[in-house]
Design a protein. Structure first.
Length: 197
């Protein structure tokens, strides 16, 4: 098992989530807050996997320590998997949570099939560029016709969880973490590490 690991995201919510789930492992955890001079890379990958790998390798090289990075997306069956890799910038380069939700609800306005899922890919890279692990987590749901709840971020208010029987916008952080795509991917990674330590 790794002795140290950098959580390679500037999203403080994600950092806290990852740190909490990894705290029981004998790994010295770091975050990008310790490396303020590093700028974010351009996410040019065509898939979530490609972007997760790209970010993990980029940050591992610049921090000179193993790095964990993730890329997540919302995939709607009726839109052939869109927004997918464009989830964060679905409504354009200056996208906001509000503009993304408005565009998606508009695109799905006449769709009867509302099946969708959140997908997360986590990659861990060593400083020399070798991908040590790659795992995926999926959370199934239905796309609502309007926002319900004000919790969470991104598309949470229009994502109805089949397991929680509520929108992610209504769920507490603890409820969401129990079923979320990111938590599931991280649990898989922890299982792999514990098996091979």
């Amino acid at each position: 098992m790794l002795r140290q690991l950098c959580i390679a995201t500037k999203n403080e919510g994600k950092v806290a989530e990852f740190m909490e789930m990894l705290r029981d492992l004998p790994i010295e955890l770091h975050s990008l807050a310790e490396f303020p001079g590093i700028v974010e890379p351009e996410e040019t990958g065509k898939t979530l996997s490609a972007n997760a790998r790209l970010k993990a390798q980029y940050y591992a090289k610049l921090t000179n320590m193993p790095c964990l990075a993730d890329d997540s997306g919302l995939e709607c069956a009726a839109l052939n998997g869109a927004p997918g890799v464009l989830t964060a910038r679905y409504s354009g380069e200056n996208a906001t949570d509000k503009s993304n939700i408005e565009k998606l609800l508009s695109d799905m306005k006449f769709c009867i099939r509302r099946n969708c899922c959140f997908r997360c890919v986590i990659a861990v890279s060593l400083p020399e560029g070798k991908i040590l692990n790659e795992v995926e987590g999926i959370c199934d749901g239905l796309l609502l016709h309007e926002e319900v709840g004000t919790a969470g971020f991104g598309y949470d208010p229009i994502f109805w969880s089949k397991e929680l029987h509520m929108s992610f916008g209504e769920a507490t952080q603890e409820q969401k973490n129990a079923v979320s795509h990111r938590a599931r991917a991280l649990k898989r990674l922890i299982q792999i590490w514990k098996k091979h330590r």
